[in-house]
Design a protein around this ligand. Structure first.
Ligand code: UGY
Ligand code: MN
Length: 252
């Protein structure tokens, strides 16, 4: 009979991947321009140039009156989230006015326009939709972070709030995660999905791959598939972040 001795690992986590994340602080971000955006400084956070990212995420800094000059988002599904200021977002002939915490998702095939009466900062996430035979296409979603359910989750020591419907039509999730001061993940996650994480509030320490890095409001973290990850909430105020995750697909 094979003898299986009890194993006592010295390390709390043994999962490993090297080079699996990128941390960009506000001081790292370089100003860019993007076509058909007038009066807007674009700061790319993630693009497919960060191998193996399959999505794009951009911080758009609008000056007063900044706007798109033709419909955007062709060939992609798109998500907009207002960080501050106010944005008028138009799609399919309807104008949605988004305040901070407000967001809009447009499925592939729905182009959008955006303009801001005053200075405003908007996050833009885009990716190619992955259709599956027999699964219906997703629909436009417009909402506000304060109007969605924030579910308690003891594995993260806080709450998570899905901004998009949690069903298989959607191949991307955008979740707002909030943490009690002093809380921590109950586990180190290792999963096949990738993340784009934008720190909205507060500060903490992120365990990424083999490192512990300090993060605070305004930071962006790209986590590649299988990047070991865990969060510790530090500081004196509640940290929160907006998290992109690819979901409901098998990874092929
Ligand atoms: O849903 C998630 O994968 C989430 N718990 N990950 C994270 O916050 N790093
Ligand atoms: Mn995760």
């Amino acid at each position: 009979m094979t003898h299986s001795p009890t194993v006592h690992h010295v390390s709390a986590n043994r999962g490993r991947v090297r080079g699996a994340y990128i941390l960009m602080t506000p001081e790292n971000l370089v100003e860019n321009a993007l076509p058909h955006l007038e009066g807007v400084i674009a700061k790319p956070l993630a693009t497919p140039r960060a191998v193996p990212a399959c999505f794009g995420e951009y911080l758009l800094e609008f000056e007063a009156g900044g706007r798109s000059t033709r419909p955007l988002g062709t060939g992609f599904e798109n998500f907009l989230y207002v960080l501050d200021g106010r944005a008028h977002v138009e799609a399919d002939g309807t104008v949605h006015t988004l305040e901070p915490g407000g967001y809009a998702f447009f499925p592939e095939g729905v182009e959008f326009g955006v303009e801001t009466p005053g200075a405003s900062r908007v996050l833009w996430v885009k990716r190619r939709y992955e259709p599956v035979p027999g699964v219906a296409a997703p629909e436009t979603v417009v909402g506000h972070t304060d109007e969605v359910t924030h579910h308690p989750d003891e594995t993260i020591g806080g709450t998570w709030a899905p901004l998009l419907p949690d069903d298989e039509r959607y191949d991307m999730a955008m979740n707002v995660m909030r943490f009690d001061v002093g809380s921590r993940f109950a586990m180190v996650e290792v999963h096949h999905q990738e993340h784009g994480l934008y720190m909205l509030e507060g500060e903490g320490v992120y365990y990424l791959g083999d490192d512990h890095v300090e993060v605070s409001a305004g930071d962006f973290v790209y986590m590649a598939p299988y990047c070991p990850q865990s969060f510790y909430a530090t500081g004196s105020t509640r940290p929160s972040y907006l998290l992109y995750k690819d979901v409901n697909r098998d990874g092929f």
